[in-house]
Design a protein around this ligand. Sequence first.
Ligand SMILES: Nc1ncnc2c1ncn2[C@@H]1O[C@H](COP(=O)(O)OP(=O)(O)OP(=O)(O)O)[C@@H](O)[C@H]1O
Length: 305
Amino acid sequence: MRLEVKNLRKSFMETEVLHGISFSVESGKALGLLGRNGAGKTTTIRILMDVFKANSGEILLDNRPFKPSEHQIGYLPEERGLYPKKNVLEQLVYLAMLRGMSKKEAIQSSKKWLEKLGVLGYENRKLETLSKGNQQKVQLAQTLTCNPEIVILDEPFSGLDPVNSQVLKDVVNELIQQNKLVIFCSHQMGYVEEFCEEIAIINKGEVALTGNLKAIKKEFGKNRLILSANNYSLSDLKAICEEQLADLVNVFEMKKEFLVLQLINNQTKNDLLSALLTTDVDIEKFAIYEPTLTDIFVLEVGDQA
Ligand SMILES: Nc1ncnc2c1ncn2[C@@H]1O[C@H](COP(=O)(O)OP(=O)(O)OP(=O)(O)O)[C@@H](O)[C@H]1O
């Protein structure tokens, strides 16, 4: 399956908040939908889920108009929606039956997911009597009970400790391996890097960057190298680069442990290395720069108010 979001525009009253959002995602891959607070991620997902109507644009599933009601979709919204005063298992079964499961299937599947997520022991308790992390896991169980083909997870790791995060990571990886179409919204870049082959960074209602994460990283790392020295501080090394190597490199960034250098025009890393060897710099680190997703995110949208 391939889901394509094409040129979505959305206004609330007079204010347009989405200015033509486009991205796509395929089964068996996860798309990381990223953006600063207020960028437009939730609005985009709500349009996908038919909660809001877009002013224009279209959403296609395998080239046909996408109608969420015709598919099993597991949506974990940012604002969690279960009933705090109701019994855990009863509400999961009730919601699964609303989504078309028989009572028997609904009980079996709800119990399976509660067990998988380590909260089966709480099945007969009121939801509000569980810890925040366990409530989150019940919410996730609810998202997955109907065996959805499309899974949309908005900040699924919030409130989970490291052990529970690992349980959830295994579940997300399993969903991807089972060829589900996964959209993953998070501000936690580490998780996005772990699961998502594709990303879309939304900035102020526009897609600032989208595509294959590996390719994007390669492009951002292109012609950039890292350098540190045993005998100079980074600021002294920066001064050396600016004074003695200015025809080869620009200092792109000073990180905590190394400089990121940008090669000028047709210069190569070998040219830079040869030039460095003519200085008294005792090289500690010299390598191709591999940006993290956080680096890319900050470069794309970090300096905007
Ligand atoms: N129901 C609404 N009525 C009016 N404006 C809205 C409504 N929902 C969202 N907005 C506005 O649309 C813009 C995008 O909000 P949205 O919730 O989609 O951002 P987000 O990327 O999900 O942010 P966050 O990471 O903080 O959850 C914001 O300026 C927000 O104030």
